[in-house]
Design a protein around this ligand. Structure first.
Ligand code: NAD
Ligand code: ZN
Length: 351
């Protein structure tokens, strides 16, 4: 049975970001240092000047072109340890989408746990509490702001650090931060949220808590994507989707997307949309997903795997089939018989 955990504290509302200085002040010591990991979209934006950065703090702008890699986390942590006295680090702040938030969570873990990020990819491998961490999402959908997962790729797999120490201590949900998100990114990350709900609702590992969170998250997403955009509701939908997953697991779409991300370098939300679009035989909600895209006047790119070699399809399928927990959530213990490699390749070829 899962001993579920949720974020303890959160601010929600327009201008919630103004609460950050007060939060950090409470943690500050004489030589206290704060590490800021910030999506580089904000590098030249006015908002940076409003952040409570002191002379001794470190601001790392995160390039989100590729998803977080375990080696990159090791490099960042080595750099921080080389240039700062790690005992003086009082907080890690992650401000950005899922990529940046996951990087911030992983840094907070690695600052208090020896070894490399790959040593902690898996479930409950982290031994020591991480540095106090604050998550500030600027995109809505991944649920990374509330999950106990920091998803990382390494040379062979995409797998999270999943632990009670890789969840933010504090979250700041400021809907105003979403106003610069371009339409395609809204849809890709928003539909990641939609798929989290569908997969957790239809899986075997869910319980009444999952169902309550996922149902409400789906209802909000329907209001937003089939009705009117509302940034605050979108942030709540994302958080509820993340909490639904915390009490269950993802299903077929996420493993397929991991193969696409690992071999083709596709971003998570994009890979999720491409994969989910082909899964109607497993998830009837694919029809509604396609209606949402139509309503949003958005065409998913097609034939994106043109030119992919047989070897690459094999590699994508192998990466998909490494995910036995989500796949047994979706199919049951005999998932290997119900979802053989040939079927995975057939689905991938349709993308
Ligand atoms: P992202 O963080 O990769 O960002 C996507 C793009 O949006 C980037 O170009 C970024 O610069 C831009 N962006 C971010 N905020 C913006 C803003 N306010 N205005 C304009 N542009 C902005 O995207 P994502 O979909 O949020 O995150 C994907 C990552 O999250 C993947 O690595 C995935 O594995 C991970 N993930 C984690 C969890 C978890 O529980 N930890 C769950 C699902 C996905
Ligand atoms: Zn996801």
């Amino acid at each position: 049975m899962k001993n579920a955990i949720n974020v303890k504290n959160y601010f929600l509302g327009n201008n919630a970001l103004n609460e950050l200085p007060g939060l950090l002040e409470k943690k500050m010591s004489e030589n206290g240092i704060v590490i800021f990991a910030i999506d580089d979209f904000f590098q030249d934006k006015d908002i940076i000047a409003s952040l409570p950065v002191r002379a001794n703090d470190e601001v790392i702008f995160i390039n989100t072109e590729s998803e977080p890699h375990a080696d990159y986390i090791d490099e960042l942590v080595l750099y921080i340890k080389d240039t700062k006295n790690s005992g003086d680090i009082v907080a890690v702040v992650g401000m950005g989408g899922g990529t940046t938030m996951d990087i911030a969570k992983a840094i907070a873990v690695l600052l208090t746990n020896d070894g490399s990020a790959v040593d902690y990819q898996g479930w409950d491998l982290v031994k020591n509490p991480s540095v106090y961490s604050v998550g500030i999402p600027t995109l809505a959908g991944t649920g990374a702001e509330v999950s106990r997962t920091a998803v990382l790729t390494s040379r062979i797999r995409k797998l999270g650090i999943n632990s009670d120490y890789s969840i933010f201590d504090q979250v700041i949900l400021d809907p105003l931060l979403l106003k610069t998100v371009p339409k395609n990114q809204f849809i890709y990350t928003g539909m990641d949220n939609y798929v989290h709900c569908v997969e957790s609702l239809s899986g075997r590992d869910n319980n009444a808590m999952t169902i309550a969170f996922a149902d409400k998250s789906l209802a909000l997403l329907r209001e937003i994507f089939l009705g009117e955009m509302d940034y605050e509701k979108l942030m709540v939908a994302s958080a509820f989707g993340g909490m639904a997953i915390a009490n269950s697991n993802v299903g077929i779409c996420h493993p397929l997307s991991y193969g696409l991300s690992l071999i083709k370098g596709f971003h998570h939300g994009y890979a999720i949309c491409l994969a989910f679009n082909q899964l109607e035989e497993y998830y009837p909600e694919v029809v509604e997903f396609q209606d949402i895209l139509k309503k949003m006047n958005f065409n998913l790119p097609s034939n994106v795997l043109e030119g992919t070699s047989d070897k690459e399809f094999e590699m994508m399928a192998d990466a998909t089939l490494l995910n036995n927990i989500p796949l047994s959530n979706a199919f049951g213990e005999n998932w290997k018989e119900l979802f053989p490699k040939e079927k995975v390749i057939e689905l991938l070829r349709k993308i």
